[in-house]
Write a protein of this length. Structure first.
Length: 215
């Protein structure tokens, strides 16, 4: 136990990087996914086509392949950035279509009369979407969006295989260096992931019950 406790600062350093990956990539994916969802319902055919193409390609590409592209191909193309930044790009790209699809399901749940009423008072497409449709869609899709972020928390572990020293990479190194306490090390890593995912799961459940009552 003393040996495991002495490794906690290293664990916490890796956990801090995991939280940074989750926070930054989550915010960026939410922003990008919102734009993609808005384009899916755009009256402009080219925007709808681009959004559909982005969604289908991104969510059907393995995350490991996305990381391989950002970590090795982008530098070959002249992109010079720290691996942490490249990890943000990979996770944002991969997560954004799932955010967009969750929001699109919420948009489809907004009564069509809401948009028609907005247009009847002179609001354009951008104002209708931003002021009328998306606020209601976000309210209805908070639980599935939180589930997307739970998946993102676990997906950050892939960054550990591409030169980002987050929780998974830290755990792997500690397990290699301390073979006599491998099981406690793995259990500690699992517990740290659960510190994020379990509260998010409870939050999703509570919000879902609240929104179901209010709808």
């Amino acid at each position: 136990m003393e040996q495991l406790w002495s490794l906690m600062p290293i664990f916490l350093d890796g956990f801090r990087v995991t939280l940074i990956l989750l926070a930054v990539s989550g915010v960026l994916a939410l922003i990008l996914g919102t734009f993609i969802a808005a384009m899916r319902i755009s009256p402009v055919g080219a925007l709808r086509g681009f959004a559909a193409f982005w969604t289908e390609i991104a969510r059907n590409t393995p995350l490991t392949l996305v990381f391989f592209f950002t970590a090795f191909v982008l530098p070959m193309l002249g992109v010079r950035a720290p691996y942490l930044i490249l990890a943000f790009i990979a996770l944002t790209y991969y997560t954004s279509p799932f955010v967009a699809e969750a929001l699109r399901s919420g948009i489809n749940g907004v009564p069509i009369g809401q948009a028609e009423a907005a247009r009847s008072i002179g609001l354009g497409f951008r104002q209708t979407v931003s002021l009328v449709v998306l606020p209601q869609a976000f309210r209805m899709t908070i639980p599935p969006l939180i589930n997307v972020f739970i998946a993102l928390t676990k997906n950050t572990s892939v960054a550990g295989g591409f030169f980002v020293v987050e929780l998974f990479a830290t755990t792997r190194q500690l397990a290699n260096d301390n073979g006599n306490i491998v099981i406690p090390i793995l259990l500690t890593a699992a517990a740290l992931y659960l510190v994020v995912t379990v509260p998010l799961g409870f939050l999703a459940s509570r919000l879902e019950k609240r929104w179901v009552v209010k709808r």
